[in-house]
Ligand binder design. Sequence first.
Ligand SMILES: Cc1cc2nc3c(=O)[nH]c(=O)nc-3n(C[C@H](O)[C@H](O)[C@H](O)COP(=O)(O)OP(=O)(O)OC[C@H]3O[C@@H](n4cnc5c(N)ncnc54)[C@H](O)[C@@H]3O)c2cc1C
Length: 396
Amino acid sequence: MAKEKVLIVGGGFAGTKAALELCKDPHFEVTLLSDSDNLTYFPTLYHVATGGARANASIPLKTIFEGKHVTLRNGHASSIDRHNKSLTTQTGQSYYYDTLLLGLGEVTNYFNIPGLAELSYGVKSIDEVEKLKAHLHAQLLSDHKPDLNYVIVGGGPTGVELAGALKAYLQRTAYLHGLENRPIHIDIVEASPGILSKLSKDMRRVIARQLRRQGIHLYLNKRVEGETANELNVNGKPIQSHTVIWTAGTANNPFFSLNNFALSYNHKVATDVYLQAEPNIFVLGDNANTPYSGMAQTAIYDAIFVAENLRRRAKGKRFKSYVPHPPITVIPVREGWAGISWGHVRIYGWIGWLLRQAADARAFHYFEPWSKAMPQWFSYGAGEAEQCSICSKQFS
Ligand SMILES: Cc1cc2nc3c(=O)[nH]c(=O)nc-3n(C[C@H](O)[C@H](O)[C@H](O)COP(=O)(O)OP(=O)(O)OC[C@H]3O[C@@H](n4cnc5c(N)ncnc54)[C@H](O)[C@@H]3O)c2cc1C
């Protein structure tokens, strides 16, 4: 029996989960092509930026697929030849497919605001958070007059999670370096009238109160107009800072517009009810225009859905239609406090925090057996020995 060649592009939440699902079925020959050797676990990146273990937010694809029937390839897909059913990478390597699954994730969008791309810090990859962490140390230990004004642009989940963790981390780092108590200012700048605009009013109010209690200032209805080496310009006024962290903008992966896919009003890929953009080309996760696109849970759900449909087709059954699945929203605001929204249910505080830990453990288990997922998860609270890039001091 000739196997169906399934080429999956993107080793993120959707692509990795789809490969894990399909490789169990002998009908398929699965290749996973990604431009990264690791699955980045985005939900804990803010934690790595603030002292958490790097391993907590990154799992090598080799580890995930050890002993599994998946061919792993590293490369950046750049073009597609629909007629010959092949996909080519930037280095000219071509891959042929019967069925193509695309889960390429989003890219950072600076909306062409001057200075941001060059001067701001990001939290969208391990490299970015390592760069931020080195800079945070430099700021704290700079002699004479350290600039301890930190500005996070974007009051979405990433900005909020980061703000709370950042304050605690900076205070702890200052203490560990034997510095006297220095006032640390953290601002969140948000263009809309409130933070966390996708959440309910009541939840937004509770979380905003938590942030203010920690001394974090919220600048709402404020538009960033540009960044220079010393300040961020917001609504025509400067905010002095050498640390601007951009969490405010993402855009769909340019692969789709460059390859003439049909896009929706929000620039995500238009699909049918099977998540099929074109015959035998499926689009998953952040790239697809589905109601809850933009969340890890949706990416995993999409992967399981498409894999199940492909298995059904291989057995001569008809495809099932996609039913969007509302995700649970969890916003950790500081160590030991998280808010959870699940339909009409709201949970705040320690219980929210514990449930968030459980959700992370469960999420690792989507990609690894419990024997590997649990040690991965346990590294969360542990942090790791950090080598301070400025004073070479080792602390944990
Ligand atoms: C900082 C941050 C925190 C987040 N926190 C949460 C959270 O708490 N809860 C939640 O539900 N969601 C969260 N999200 C959103 C969630 O991470 C995404 O929705 C999810 O990663 C989407 O999965 P995906 O597979 O579509 O894309 P990704 O996981 O981004 O994977 C895309 C993969 O494709 C690869 N790739 C890209 N272009 C190419 C190419 N041309 N060729 C080959 N490979 C390519 C990338 O390297 C990557 O491996 C967060 C996102 C960020 C950035």
